[in-house]
Design a protein. Structure first.
Length: 796
């Protein structure tokens, strides 16, 4: 049920839409002489070019469900990171994880939950056709981009890395050989002392080369007051840079070399709590469990009702991320076909410490130190001739090493138990794929594709469960509460052995003072206790029908797959499989498959002043990998589910200078298989029934050549669950943004914009967990309302 405030915000945007729409009667008069001349005056929708099928094509001619954001659209959104862009996509949702860059992305209800660094996402994230496999870099800083494309549904027969849910492509602006020098500089100042600086510059180097360099820097003070320390926490400190060199040694060869780095130093892991007990009688449950400050946790702590106030006793919370990579793309045109090679190396490291219980009682602190590096090589050959037959074939190699330590410290008082885990895995993928399209006539085309892949996973994982006093001379409480890293896994084992402390193996969770339990693995760093290979296939079949100009109807079936994994979370390592008796950390997670059926259409009408794209789908999901929280850690289970729904996207030019963009998505889903008892019929996490977005904008071309623009946009997300048990939930919410800009100067090279984000100060959850605090839910809250000014200077 909608709240009054949510309805008010929806009607605010709808009212703006209505005002803009009624401002011109021309749109209601179809096919008049004036409107038929609109194409000659430029009063038409811009053509959207995408590379969703690895070819540059108009969005309206591609039989794929795609949402695309141009360079101009990204400029209007003024996003601080990719999260603010992606949430404009119908049927896409995001669950925040450990850090501002780490998140789980879901498309059409398909995605991966949890923070284990060895789990592959169901939605692929690509930067210039290079997959970013680590969840640590799922949320990117956006700067100097050409466009963003979001493809819904399994992507197996065109992309190097196969996915079950979809693919997100971030395409950077490239150097242009033979082009003119160009660039820009943008600066922003906003609430909470926000200061952002972004710039880029590109120029030719002789007749056969060009370069482009770009960078962004973001800083902001904290937005939550810590009542225990008096500090303002949840700040922002980010830097990223990219350099590219393009060269064309001959007419038929083009190449682009790219290097990039990203650095994050932010304190952004601060939870608030929703107490679970009645403050007047702690033996009773909370009568108003969704109200902050209304109830207490199991220790009697009542969080502040002020949403900008927190109570955290972790002295030095941190989220330090360092990432970078280099890639080389080469295209060779052999007239009849084009050969493309993409070679890439990526790496990242994350050091994280967070107060997961969100209270002064120190019930659960979480520490993480992990790193990932990957190399990938893709070679594909695509036809370069006129239809009726077009085709593309390719091969893909991917090798990844992931390793890390986690150190949850929990219990009341703090340090009742310590879990120290270590894991290292090598993941290798080999695959071949191909897709072909045959034009039966000028109106009918058939498509088909197939992929075969082999994923090898090998490595080791182990965990230590420790109790107070078992390590002579090691004060874990002081070390961890000070934000310092844990002793290494091997150091803990060596200290225990040297002091004759009992070491128990086999996975039985239990013990007492001066006891240590070793479960799930060998401390020998050369040991490879897990080695498993998953072989699977994916495919697609489809048909496209063009009954008239500017109308495309398509139907398709796709089979996607995602390989199994080993779960490196401590609680998985420390629990035993009921059938095999092995540690769950040593028991492979079954691979998942999805059969996706989709029917859609795309059309432009009203003399190309209106564009309508829509699709309906049904997903038959088998063995979906879902994380379940157990004592603050994640154990992966496999469930079957049925998902169906649809999307619609509408772009309108009601009159010259008026713009309306609308999108909506609907989802219905539930789990199916008896293996998930008692979760049969549960709703999938991060799958709201309704998502929608609406944007309106009015531009005036002034007599002096300058341009004035006023716009507002809103985003609605329906109620959703954060876990498969359907225990943690968030209400529906509506976020409204607004912007006024003035573009002026020589060739309109200067732009000044006043903007507001979340202007009605809507409160919603980025994540919500149960079991991390003592009888309380812990939540990450959205940013409050922010306002600011942005100045841009363009070199043309």
């Amino acid at each position: 049920m909608y709240s009054i405030s949510t309805l008010g915000r929806i009607f605010t945007i709808l009212g703006l839409t209505l005002a803009v729409s009624l401002a011109s009667a021309k749109f209601s008069v179809a096919q008049t002489d004036d409107s038929s001349a609109s194409a000659d005056t430029g009063f038409v929708l811009d053509e959207v070019i995408v590379t969703a099928t690895k070819r540059s094509e108009s969005l309206q001619t591609v039989g794929v469900s795609v949402s695309a954001f141009s360079q101009e659209a990204l400029e209007r959104l003024n996003p601080s990171d990719s999260n603010e862009v992606l949430l404009q996509v119908p049927n896409l949702s995001i669950n925040a994880n450990a850090g501002s860059t780490n998140a789980n992305i879901f498309l059409r209800g398909v995605g991966s939950t949890g923070i284990s660094f060895n789990l592959q996402s169901g939605v692929g994230v690509y930067s210039d056709e290079v997959v970013l496999n680590s969840p640590v870099v799922n949320i990117l800083q956006l700067y100097d981009l050409e466009r963003v494309e979001v493809l819904r549904g399994p992507q197996n027969t065109l992309y190097g890395r196969n996915t079950t849910g979809g693919a997100i492509n971030f395409i950077s602006r490239k150097p242009v050989v033979g082009g003119d020098a160009n660039g820009y500089l943008t600066s922003t100042y906003g609430r909470f002392n926000q200061f952002d600086l972004e710039g880029a510059y590109g120029a030719p180097i002789g007749d056969s080369a060009a370069f482009r360099a770009s960078a962004t820097y973001q800083t902001r003070d904290g937005i939550r007051r810590n009542l225990l320390t008096g500090n303002d926490d949840v700040n922002r400190n980010k830097f990223a840079a990219r350099a590219q060199l393009a060269f064309e040694p001959s007419e038929n060869i083009t190449a682009n070399l790219k290097g990039h780095i990203e650095r994050v130093r932010s304190d952004n892991i601060r939870y608030k709590t929703l107490g679970g007990f009645d403050p007047n009688n702690p033996a009773l449950p909370c009568p108003t469990p969704e109200v902050f400050g209304a109830c207490v946790d199991g220790n009697g702590f009542r969080d502040s009702a002020n949403l900008r106030e927190i109570s955290s006793n972790l002295a030095d919370p941190r989220n330090d991320v360092d990432a970078g990579g280099v890639s080389l793309q080469v295209n060779i045109d052999f007239d009849k076909f084009v050969v493309t090679s993409i070679s890439a190396y990526e790496e990242n490291n994350q050091l994280l410490s967070e107060d997961s219980d969100g209270s002064p009682a120190s019930g659960f602190h979480f520490f993480l130190d992990n790193e990932q590096n990957q190399i990938s090589q893709e070679i594909r050959v695509a036809s370069n001739t006129d239809k009726p037959l077009s085709w593309i074939v390719g091969g893909y190699y991917f090798s990844e090493n992931v390793s890390g330590q986690t150190g949850p410290l929990f219990g009341t008082p703090m340090g009742t138990m310590v879990v120290q885990s270590f894991a290292e895995f090598d993941n290798t993928t080999l695959s071949a794929y191909g897709e072909a399209e045959y034009q039966l006539s000028d109106k009918i085309a058939l498509k088909g594709g197939i992929r075969y892949g082999s994923d090898n996973i090998k490595g080791r994982a182990a965990a230590l469960l420790a109790f107070p006093g078992f390590l002579p001379g090691v004060d874990l409480d002081a070390s961890l509460l000070g934000g310092n890293p844990l002793p290494s896994f091997d150091e803990l084992a060596d200290i225990a052995t040297a002091n004759g402390i009992g070491v128990f193996t086999g996975g039985a969770v239990g013990g007492g003072p001066n006891r240590l339990i070793l479960v799930g693995g060998d401390t020998d760093p050369t040991a490879q206790i897990n080695d498993t290979t998953f072989n699977n296939w994916g495919a697609t079949l489809g048909a496209e029908f063009t009954p008239a100009d500017d109308v495309l109807v398509y139907a398709k079936w796709s089979r996607g797959f995602k390989a199994g994994r080993f779960n490196a979370a401590p609680m998985s390592i420390m629990n035993l499989d009921s059938v095999t008796g092995r540690s769950l950390g040593d028991t492979p997670i079954r691979p998942e498959t999805i059969n996706a059926y989709e029917f859609g259409f795309k059309t432009q009408f009203a003399d190309n002043r209106a564009r309508l794209n829509a699709a309906v789908f049904f997903n038959d999901y088998k063995d979906q990998q879902i994380n379940q929280s157990i004592a603050g850690q994640f154990v992966v289970i496999n469930v079957d589910s049925k998902i169906y729904g649809g999307e619609v996207e509408l772009n309108l030019l009601p009159f010259e200078g008026g713009f309306i963009d609308f999108g909506a998505g609907y989802l219905s889903n539930k789990t199916q298989n008896p293996n998930a008892n008692p979760l049969i019929g549960a709703k999938l996490p991060q799958a709201p029934s309704l998502t929608a977005n609406l944007a309106v904008r009015r531009e005036w071309d002034l007599d002096n050549g300058s341009v004035l623009s006023i716009g507002a946009d809103g985003r609605y997300t329906g109620s959703r669950f954060f876990n498969l048990a359907n225990v943690t939930q968030d209400k529906a919410y509506f976020v409204t943004n607004a912007q006024i800009s003035y573009t002026f100067g020589r060739d309109n090279h200067i732009r000044a914009a006043l903007w507001g984000k979340n202007i009605f100060d809507e409160v919603y959850f980025l994540s919500r967990s149960t079991g991390l605090g003592a009888g309380a839910d812990t939540v990450l809250l959205s940013d409050p309302a922010t306002f600011g000014v942005t100045m841009t200077y363009k070199m043309k």
